[in-house]
Design a protein around this ligand. Structure first.
Ligand SMILES: Nc1nc2c(ncn2[C@@H]2O[C@H](COP(=O)(O)OP(=O)(O)O)[C@@H](O)[C@H]2O)c(=O)[nH]1
Ligand SMILES: [Mg+2]
Length: 211
């Protein structure tokens, strides 16, 4: 099956657990440390250049950003359905206070454990660093959503480094190498994005009202 994104637009930003956006469509959330490539991947999946803002100064986003994403499932009878992408503010940025870190933790935790519409949690891992404690925690968290580990920035690795990164990340996470998605997005590069879009689309489809 092919899943295409017809349209993606910004909906809202949320800084406080008491005001999450209405859970009226299945959500795919993107989590990972600051600078891992969350915004870049959201843009690449959506086919939009600057839907989610990418930044050279990491650690600035302290809010959940919601995007409305409209899909088409190409089958004999094409079907359209709605979803949301949620850009989760990045962790692991050193230059924030304890207080800020706690408020980030509270926000993200309430979202992950309290969102009835969360269907996919995409966990981004820098392919050059491999999974650290935070990524392991996210992937091990007992939440309802399907979790998808993605190694980002694989365009920066050669073939040999890539396969080493996959082997060691899979071992660290207790997964099979083919459970990992690989992406590389840069000028003129779009590695693994179509494949990830298919997988995310399929899961959102099956949790949508139409699917
Ligand atoms: N080469 C390469 N650079 C990337 C990739 N993804 C993100 N970047 C760069 O890494 C930096 C941080 O990306 P961004 O999407 O803002 O990360 P975020 O903080 O997780 O949202 C930017 O300079 C991006 O251009 C990738 O797959 N390959
Ligand atoms: Mg970002």
């Amino acid at each position: 099956m092919t899943y295409r994104i017809l349209n993606a637009e910004y909906r809202t930003s949320v800084a406080d657990p008491s005001s999450f956006a209405e859970a009226d469509r299945p959500e795919a959330a993107f989590a990972g440390r600051s600078n891992v490539g969350k915004s870049t991947l959201i843009n690449a999946l959506s086919g939009r250049k600057a839907l989610a803002r990418t930044s050279k100064t990491p650690g600035r986003t302290r809010m959940l950003n919601y995007f409305d994403v409209r899909w088409e499932r190409e089958a004999e009878e094409p079907m359209r359905f709605e979803s949301a992408f949620v850009d989760i503010p990045g962790f692991g940025y050193a230059q924030v206070s304890k207080k800020e870190r706690k408020s980030w933790g509270d926000l993200v935790e309430s979202y992950l454990f309290g969102s009835p519409a969360l269907s996919v949690l995409v966990v981004l891992i820098d392919s050059r660093r491999g999974p650290q404690e935070e990524e392991m925690m996210l992937l091990g968290a007992e939440i309802e959503a399907v979790k998808m580990p993605v190694l980002t920035k694989v365009d920066k690795l050669n073939q040999k480094e890539r396969s080493q990164a996959v082997t060691s990340a899979a071992a660290a996470l207790g997964l099979k190498p083919h459970d990992l998605f690989l992406t590389g997005v840069g000028p003129g590069k779009m590695l693994g994005v179509d494949k990830l879009r298919e997988a995310v689309g399929e899961l959102l489809w099956s949790d949508s009202a139409e699917g």
